[in-house]
Design a protein around this ligand. Structure first.
Ligand SMILES: Cc1cc2nc3c(=O)[nH]c(=O)nc-3n(C[C@H](O)[C@H](O)[C@H](O)COP(=O)(O)OP(=O)(O)OC[C@H]3O[C@@H](n4cnc5c(N)ncnc54)[C@H](O)[C@@H]3O)c2cc1C
Length: 304
């Protein structure tokens, strides 16, 4: 559900009906997604608004070639995998994507930390915010994790989850009603307060929107951190949709990214030493390994 108005839906239909011919490389799988809002969470979405380049643009830049190239797809795949493996990242900066994202403010605060993108956010100084809030489904309401200060543990029991959902809904709606009163004109018994001030009373689960443009290299950086299992569920929900977009846009890059970044684990020099000793059948324990207890645990959990 994306909660678009009839006017917004008509604009989307019109945008999708206007085809043009171009000499520029296009990606049919991404063209099929273009402009369409893909739902995320309860009221959010991601829309691909525009893009430039594809897998072949990465290869073209790496080879500094004149055309789209005549090499076999297998050679292009080998090159992209080599670039990814060796962190030769600048060819990936040749591709760009522009997204329109609707997201809760607390997710936007995490997202905005990725500084290597261009952002233009809906202005709550100029416009009135919508009465739309993220209310987590019960299965996403969990207790504080006991071993990770930045995470959640077991899911709340059903009754407690319902109480929490009701509190979230009540407070969000109450604060929004107060916001409406504060920005309301005096002749309609409002306070006539400026929007730029009244917005401070909105809850952090209120939805905001922005246009977000980034190159493929930094798009992958975002996904490496936010599509990871340690990322907060709510931003990960967006990252998972962006993974689908990546697979449509640059499938060879997506495959290399999953193999060498997302599904990978970096071994430190001490970890390599531990593994070499084990392979030679020599004894090694945490205390003598030079690894902290946490690193030791992470190593064996990864290899298990
Ligand atoms: C699980 C998790 C927990 C986190 N917890 C916290 C937290 O508790 N508190 C908190 O404040 N943040 C936290 N963050 C945010 C984190 O510290 C980063 O700010 C965020 O992930 C963006 O990463 P980035 O800086 O690599 O991305 P970008 O800003 O996109 O930067 C990409 C790369 O560009 C370079 N770069 C960009 N700007 C500069 C600059 N001005 N100077 C030098 N180099 C630059 C850096 O090499 C950087 O790695 C957390 C992130 C994650 C994923």
């Amino acid at each position: 559900m994306t909660d678009l108005t009839d006017t917004q839906l008509a604009e989307l239909t019109e945008a999708r009906s206007q085809g043009v011919t171009t000499l520029r490389p296009t990606v049919p799988a991404l063209e099929a997604l273009l402009f369409e809002p893909i739902p995320v969470l309860d009221h959010g979405f991601i829309r691909v608004v525009d893009y430039m380049g594809d897998d072949s643009a990465v290869v073209q830049a790496a080879r500094v070639s004149y055309g789209r190239g005549t090499k076999a797809v297998s050679e292009d795949r080998g090159l992209i995998r080599y670039l990814m493996r060796h962190w030769h990242s600048t060819p990936f900066e040749m591709c760009e994507i522009k997204l329109h994202v609707k997201l809760p403010i607390f997710v936007a605060r995490q997202w905005i930390r990725h500084r290597t993108a261009n952002v233009n956010e809906y202005s709550a100084r100029y416009s009135v915010m919508d009465r739309e809030f993220y209310i987590p489904e019960p299965q996403h309401l969990a207790v504080q994790s006991s071993d990770n200060k930045q995470g959640r543990g077991d899911v709340l029991d059903q009754d407690t989850a319902q109480v929490v959902r009701q509190i979230l809904m009540r407070d969000a709606h109450q604060n929004y009603s107060d916001y409406e009163f504060m920005i309301g004109p005096e002749e309609k018994c409002g306070a006539g307060l400026a929007r730029e001030l009244a917005r401070m009373n909105l809850t952090l689960n209120t939805y905001t929107q922005w246009y977000w443009k980034v190159d493929l290299h930094n798009f992958l950086n975002f996904l490496r951190l936010r599509a990871d299992a340690h990322a907060q569920y709510e931003i990960r929900a967006y990252a998972e949709i962006m993974m689908q977009i990546l697979r449509a846009w640059a499938p060879i890059t997506a495959e290399a990214f999953c193999d060498y970044r997302l599904g990978s684990f970096t071994l430190s020099a001490q970890m390599l030493k531990v593994l070499r000793r084990r392979m030679d059948g020599l004894p090694v324990d945490q205390a003598s390994s030079g690894l902290s207890k946490r690193e030791w645990q992470e190593l064996w959990e990864t290899l298990a």
